[in-house]
Design a binder for this molecule. Structure first.
Ligand SMILES: *Cc1c(COP(=O)(O)O)cnc(C)c1O
Length: 500
């Protein structure tokens, strides 16, 4: 019989079962009552700190059961609940319950998905997940790729791959300073701020970003794109990458991907698509045309933790020719012994991205894809879009709302008090201040959670529905809350109780 070490981190098996079952019961009750809870308690950091306390690092341990029960209470009662049916902020989805179970299981086995030898089944599952994601959005399943922490990382991972592919071959040795000219890249003004990070992190500087204007529909102006590339080339710059948006973060607009693909082909540039939010909508047959050109992309970023409802964190980089990923990220230090002992080629995920040790984030995505299936995602994503359109049409109908934009599942609108109802009477300076104040109050109030967008100098309220719990009734109730709160704040401003 092997001798067993008595260690403080051990939980006796009986206790583990009791604590575990209790936790699952508590989570089930949490799901069951989530719609009755406030979206957020609106507590300030000081109030939260007071709840948590300021104890120093404990010297002695405490029983797991007590700790899990305390943590459960802290989190259920003092969190912002993005699983709440009236959470429409930013782009964070209601998390799939199967994802919660998946993360528990993944943590229990704890495969290190950096190398195949350390994670034989998990590596195979991640590979299948990546293939299924490509199939879901309708691009060739020969795309390779990797799961990462989210959209920022998915885009950054692709950016560096694009640069390795398009720079002269010694960039890995000589670096940017030895390039024959400045490397520049192109994206629309609506592109997410990850591009600023990429410019700084990878040594290009923000001057290397070419912000291409958008047309009246907020899509990248591809004529200006082509012209700018030509001008840059004449000046001795080295254009290497164009980024198209498949659902921009603010308003959900999908660029004309076919046109961008054609420009990239004509100038031999890498075509990357940021589909962090929107790409999964390509699964809907009626929306497929909107994403035409996606199959031309050299790389695509998409976020299962957005419209596939995976719990945080799960992003994905897809690369049409995965050899470029390996060229970018592979290294062979002496302390790696990851080559196969068989004749088969080995898939080692450390060669596809920034991470070395890697968690098993694929499991929650893989399980949800199977629990729901393609048809289930078509249904849920379609319903989210329909709810967003319903919100837009209700805003159009309502005398005190102005509907501004509607794309995919993002609607922007603003509160307009009755006396400003006629367009010529609208005072944007006042309405901007009023709506900003309104948004801040709503975000603290706990009844509905929205974010904001600035559109043509209008400060708008913005609802993005990536939420399988939301119903029409929630939309109607949310509108009631917005109108009541808007009227209340407008009155307080008029009476000079609130100064703006
Ligand atoms: C959300 C989003 C990102 C950033 O993704 P994270 O997962 O928050 O890092 C990038 N691009 C677009 C279009 C997005 O919607």
């Amino acid at each position: 019989m092997t001798e067993k070490r008595e260690v403080p981190i051990k939980i006796a098996l009986d206790e583990f079962r009791v604590v575990g079952y209790k936790l699952i019961d508590a989570i089930a009750d949490f799901y069951d009552t989530i719609h009755e809870r406030p979206v957020t308690t609106g507590e300030t950091p000081t109030q939260i700190q007071a709840v948590l306390g300021t104890a120093s690092l404990p010297e002695q341990g405490r029983p797991a059961s007590e700790l899990i029960s305390t943590a459960t209470d802290l989190l259920f009662n003092h969190s912002l609940l993005n699983g709440h049916p009236k959470f429409f902020g930013y782009i964070t989805s209601s998390p799939a319950p199967i994802g919660a179970l998946a993360d528990l299981l993944a943590a229990a086995v704890n495969p290190n998905v950096g190398a195949n030898i350390l994670s034989p089944m998990a590596t195979a599952i991640e590979k299948q997940t990546v293939k299924w994601l490509a199939e879901l959005i309708g691009v060739s399943s020969s795309y390779g790729g990797i799961l990462v922490s989210g959209g920022n990382m998915a885009n950054l991972t692709a950016f560096l791959t694009a640069r390795t592919a398009k720079a002269s071959s010694d960039i890995k040795v000589g670096g940017l300073v030895n390039m024959p000219g400045e490397m520049v890249f192109y994206c629309s003004k609506a592109t997410h701020t990850w591009i600023d990070k990429a410019a700084v992190l990878f040594g290009h500087g923000s001057n290397a970003v070419r912000w291409i204007p958008t047309d009246a529909t907020n899509r990248m102006d591809t004529a200006i794109l082509a012209r700018t590339i030509e001008e840059d080339s004449k000046k001795g710059k080295i254009p290497f990458l164009v980024i198209g948006n498949a659902g921009d973060v603010s308003t959900g607009v999908v660029d004309n991907l076919n046109e961008i693909a054609a420009v990239c082909k004509a100038h031999n540039l890498w075509f990357h698509i940021d589909g962090a939010y929107g790409a999964p909508a390509a699964v809907i047959p009626e929306y497929k045309n909107l994403f035409d050109g996606m199959q031309e992309a050299d790389s695509i970023a998409l976020d299962p933790h957005k419209w596939l409802y995976a719990p945080l964190e799960a992003g994905c980089t897809l690369v049409k020719n995965p050899q470029y990923s390996i060229d970018t990220y592979s290294a062979h230090p002496v302390y790696y012994n990851f080559e196969a002992s068989t004749d088969e080629p080995t898939l080692n995920y450390y060669e596809y991205g920034f991470q070395n040790s890697r968690g098993f984030r694929a499991l929650k995505v893989w399980l949800a894809l199977q629990q729901v299936g393609r048809s289930g995602y078509i249904r849920m994503i379609t319903e989210d879009i329909k709810l967003s359109q319903f919100l837009f049409s209700e805003a159009q109908r309502h005398p005190e709302l102005e509907a501004v934009t509607q794309n995919l599942s993002v609607t922007t609108f603003r509160y307009v008090p009755a006396e400003y109802a006629q367009a010529e009477k609208r005072n944007d300076t006042y309405l901007n201040a009023l709506n900003e104040k309104l948004l801040n109050e709503l975000q603290r109030g706990g009844k509905v959670f929205l974010s904001n967008a600035i559109i043509a100098n209008k400060y708008c309220l913005r609802a993005c529905i990536v939420n399988f719990r939301t119903s029409k009734q929630d939309i109607l109730e949310a509108i009631d809350v917005i109108i009541a709160e808007g009227a209340r704040i407008h009155k307080l401003i008029q009476e000079a109780v609130i100064v703006i």
